[in-house]
Design a protein. Structure first.
Lengths: 153, 153
DNA sequence: CTGGAAATGAAAATCATTTTCAATAAGGGG
DNA sequence: CCCCTTATTGAAAATGATTTTCATTTCCAG
């Protein structure tokens, strides 16, 4: 088992243990795969990659572990509208970003441009909405959809 | 069959015919149900309501008709993250709005507050993103998630 | 080392949505 | 106003992602 981003892995493993969960082989391998594939992976993508390293893995464990990692805050789960969830590990220091999604090929681009303005507006809106509607706002979603260069040619 | 919002219905029916589709009974009933229930209905919600008026309806027809209405631009389809799509009819003159979603009870509030600022920012961002990434941007999504008053008490 | 709780994996279940296909209905042309 | 072609419908089966069940295995605290 080759661990990339070893420094981060330690921290992530700590988060799992701190939350009272056991640090099992499947969890380590899944974490390793996520750490070394910064794209937006589906559960099946992750299954296939983990399977190469640890063939006895079950798809069920992938789903269960991803849930766990999301609940612990190590992984971000996104829905790009193509009927399957996508997962990406939260890398410390990586700027908060939003997604630009190609509706033809499902390619996803992380963008951080304009993020400051977006976040400022979101903060204001969040405040206004929670006061007006008496909501405890816990999150937001901003995504842009379109057709990428390749899919137009 | 009782048609509310009759004036609108005519226009909507026109959009269906203009697009080259037949104006069938099931389509009229579904349109009627959507016109008289301005909430955010799931396919099953719509099925149950249509069924009361037109019991021979099939769920398949609900799905197919909703697809059609979305493609013609009469209906807006949304995903609030609870595993089922929601549909609302587009009412002329109704201001563009975004959604505030309770993650406990799935209640959805349409809000128009701050919408102008949001839309202004979205327009700028859209321009910037499409230039930078060579994307033809066709849509966006903004949603806020939280816990409503009732679900907190 | 070892016992008991937590985690795993295979298989079956779920659930929204889609597909298939034979039967039915809309509406333009005669 | 009727007929014919073609779009539309509905029942049932299929799909595909995710979840549940349950017997087995693994972790790790004592």
């Amino acid at each position: 088992m080759r661990f990339g981003r070893r420094g981060f892995c330690k921290a992530w493993q700590g988060q799992i243990k701190d939350a009272g969960y056991r640090l099992t082989i499947p969890r380590q391998v899944i974490l390793d795969v996520l750490a070394n594939n910064t794209g937006h992976l589906s559960a099946e993508d992750i299954y296939l990659k983990v399977h190469k390293i640890y063939p006895q893995i079950g798809l069920t464990t992938i789903y269960r572990t991803l849930d766990l990692l999301v609940s612990v805050g190590v992984v971000l789960k996104s829905d790009f509208g193509d009927g399957r969830a996508r997962f990406e590990i939260k890398i410390k220091d990586k700027t908060h970003h939003h997604h630009l999604i190609c509706t033809k090929c499902s390619r996803v681009i992380d963008y951080t441009d304009f993020i400051d303005k977006e976040l400022k507006l979101l903060a204001e809106t969040k405040k206004g909405l929670s006061e007006k509607f008496d909501f405890e706002i816990t999150g937001h979603l901003i995504q842009f959809y379109g057709v990428c260069k390749d899919c137009r040619s």
